[in-house]
Write a protein that binds this ligand. Structure first.
Ligand code: ADP
Ligand code: MG
Length: 712
């Protein structure tokens, strides 16, 4: 199959050098293969005709039969516009032309039945259709075809240069003619018969030229399944190879540190979810392979203690451990919390951040290298070349979404070296890696993006937590909100007020923050009230100082930007007020809300907004007031934003799917993963004859990386 399909697009009939260049630059289509994998965005069902009184206020494209009864010309500042009145027996709409007005007037026959086609807009109480396609009903009836028409992805440049959807359809036709519509099979017989899949050639034909709705659905299913199957196959293979090739440092035993902590110093009873996750981690650490595990747990679910107890396993086996957090504030908190626990066990623990001074650094570097220091907590500063461990056995990354792949791999290189292999070359053994995140990722997405990591989930909050009451208030209710704040402070509670800080308009946001701070200071005057402020423009030491005042309860109100978003733990803070809440994304709102509800008191989250809200903001605010389930929130977020946005650019390649959608096609994904797992469990090297098709297809896909760029 490969040779013909690798033909450059220039050679296809109806393409030619100019169009070939356009297809390459605009859609990335280089070869026949790329073209065949250009799947339609949608289909026009030209079999349905709408009546004018059936039109909806959406932007669907519709087909209507009726007469044009008259024209008027409207002159505006920016030019003339031609408006035609179009009516059927149920009502009338306006047809609008901004260009080609003379030609339209000359060619349209008034009061004669036409079929028009286009997108309907609703404006000022009337429906209108700009630049409709039109055809005399009498002509239309002669060449009526009952099939659905594919609509391909396009760009402004393509349509300006005449590569319209009609042209794309023609090009696709000539591709099918030239290849006889025959394409090599890519899935094995047993999957075909178990799932009653369409053969590959039929599926491709029907996705481009659907004969009817049912065949279209089956074609889409077949192609989505294939895409997800090979994605999962690749991820599972990567994981298997990782496990068999990359040896980890062996943690043979659970020893006195872990046991003594577990028996005598646990500050609370672990939840069942925490116990389960610890077992999963213990299992990885005890095996010969390097652990590469993602720990997901909603804010406040108690990931820190799991991290600490995992570090104890490393220490018990004579290794060092480190914990890296994305901000100085968070590192300091981790350090303080964990020091308390570590001191009980006589464990040496230190903190390294950007603001550690030279002598502190020198001390840390030395004690790390000679092995006196057992646990190091810190920020990115941990990644500096000067930071060398004697024998790092476990590296933990908190809030991993803040770190890139490059940073993760830098940590890998900090593992102990060994000369175990026969040649005298020393080899670096990567430490076991545990990445923790409080940004819940829907399972299907995690399976696709982190399919090569093992995943643990803490899906249970510690007992006794009260649900956080979340409300949405408009700016006009501010006085009431202030009164509420005063009452809560009276009860001894502390309050966060968070302002958005979005980079592009940083200056303006900063002003909002300062204005807000000043008005709070006016409302809550000293000395009765004390107020902290923390924002990104402050020096790290000042930030830490202000943060500490709040942690110690010296200030009652913390005015901040999102620097406090991640991980900060102040149990006595029970009110979170989020200003301009409409400007935050869902996961950010959820993270911020997670800063409260950490103590025994009833906590509140107040989302302040103006009256003007977009549809998406409304959905976000409603979701927040309705649920506190991080996974549910993540699903909504994903629907609003799409997977690429959520995962950031670094993994977007993985999600660059041509036809499947990891959220909408959840069931197909599960099924594809099931089959991929089954195949690899029975035949990890794909040498059995019934898996030959899979092996060939997989090789083919790996060869032409540009075709499916997640095959790496
Ligand atoms: P996160 O998962 O957001 O990092 P933390 O580890 O900071 O959560 O834990 C949140 C709070 O819950 C901390 O104050 C911690 O001491 C407490 N905590 C954790 N596990 C338990 C538990 N099993 N029982 C009671 N409190 C717990
Ligand atoms: Mg945390």
């Amino acid at each position: 199959m490969s040779s013909k399909l690798q033909t450059p697009i220039d050679y296809l009939k109806g393409v030619g050098p100019n169009r070939a260049d356009l297809l390459r630059s605009e859609l990335g289509i280089q070869t026949y293969q790329d073209l065949i994998n250009l799947f339609p965005n949608r289909y026009l069902d030209r079999t349905k005709y709408y009546k004018i009184n059936e039109l909806q206020r959406n932007s669907a494209e519709v087909q209507i039969i009726g007469n044009i009864t008259g024209f008027k010309e409207i002159t505006q500042k920016r030019g003339k516009r031609l408006v035609g009145t179009f009516q059927d027996e149920t009502g009338r709409i306006e047809l609008v032309w901004f260009r080609g007005q003379k030609w339209i007037r000359d060619s349209i026959k008034p009061n004669t039945p036409y079929v028009i086609f286009g997108k309907v807009n609703w404006f000022n109480g009337v429906f209108s259709m700009p630049h409709p396609e039109f055809e005399l009903l009498s002509v239309h009836e002669q060449n009526l075809s009952s099939t659905m028409q594919a609509v391909y992805p396009s760009t402004e440049k393509l349509s300006n240069k005449g590569v319209t959807n009609k042209v794309m359809n023609k090009i696709m036709q000539s591709l099918f003619l030239e290849t006889n519509g025959r394409f090599a099979e890519t899935l094995p017989d047993f999957i075909h018969s178990e799932l009653k899949l369409l053969p590959k050639s039929d599926a491709l034909f029907n996705v481009h030229f659907p004969k009817d709705q049912e065949l279209l659905s089956r074609a889409e299913f077949r192609l989505k399944f294939e895409e997800l199957f090979y994605l999962q196959l690749q991820l599972i293979l990567k994981n298997l190879i990782h496990k068999s090739k990359i040896k980890g440092v062996p943690f043979n035993s659970v020893g006195p540190y872990f046991n003594s902590f577990y028996n005598d110093h646990l500050p609370f009873k672990l939840t069942n979810a925490q116990k389960r996750v610890l077992k999963e981690i213990r299992h990885d650490l005890g095996s010969n392979a390097q652990m590469n595990r993602l720990l997901q747990g909603d804010v406040g679910s108690g990931k820190t203690i799991v991290a600490f107890m995992s570090m104890l396993m490393a220490l018990d086996n004579g290794f060092q451990a480190c914990l890296m957090a994305p901000t100085a504030i968070l590192s300091v908190q981790h350090f303080q919390g964990l020091s308390e626990l570590a001191n009980k066990l006589d464990i040496s623990i230190k903190l390294l951040t950007g603001s550690s001074n030279t002598s502190q650094r020198r001390d840390i570097h030395k004690s790390l290298e000679n092995g006196d220091l057992q646990i190091l907590i810190g920020t990115h500063a941990l990644l500096e070349d000067k930071v060398k461990f004697k024998n790092l056995g476990l590296a933990i990354i908190d809030e991993q979404h803040r770190f890139g792949v490059a940073q993760r791999s830098k940590l890998w290189k900090k593992g102990p070296s060994s000369t175990l292999s026969n040649d005298s070359e020393t080899q670096i053994i990567p430490p076991h890696v545990l990445v923790m995140t409080a940004t819940p990722i829907p399972r299907t997405l995690a399976m696709s993006v982190y399919g090569d990591l093992d995943i643990s989930i803490i899906d249970e909050l510690p007992p006794g937590r009260q649900a956080i009451k979340t409300v949405h208030r408009y700016d006009s209710n501010r006085l009431k909100v202030m009164r509420f704040m005063r009452d809560e402070i009276e009860k001894g509670r502390q309050i966060y007020i968070v302002y958005p800080l979005i980079q592009e308009s940083e200056h303006m946001d900063y002003k909002d923050l300062m204005d807000g701070y000043e008005s709070i200071v006016r409302e809550f005057p000293q000395p009765k009230y004390q107020i902290s402020i923390v924002h990104g423009k402050m020096k790290p030491v000042d930030k830490e100082f202000e943060m500490q005042r709040f942690v110690k309860g010296e200030t009652q109100i913390m005015v901040a930007t999102t620097v406090i978003e991640v991980g900060v733990n102040v149990p006595n803070a029970s009110v979170m007020i989020i200003e301009s809440a409409e400007r935050f994304g869902l996961s950010q709102l959820h993270q911020l809300r997670g800063r409260v509800g950490r103590g025994a008191e009833q906590s509140f989250c107040i989302l302040m907004t103006s009256f003007k809200l977009s549809q998406d903001s409304k959905v976000r605010l409603e979701t927040m007031t309705k649920t506190s389930d991080g996974f549910e929130i993540a699903e909504v977020d994903l629907r609003l934003r799409g997977p690429g946005d959520i995962m950031g650019t670094q993994q977007s390649g993985v999600l660059n799917l041509k036809i499947a959608d990891v959220i909408k096609d959840k069931d197909i994904l599960y099924s594809a993963r099931f089959y991929a797992k089954q195949v690899l469990t029975n035949d990890p090297s794909l040498i059995n004859i019934e898996n030959k098709t899979i092996l060939n297809t997989y090789r083919e896909l790996s060869k032409y990386k540009n075709i499916w760029n997640y095959i790496s």
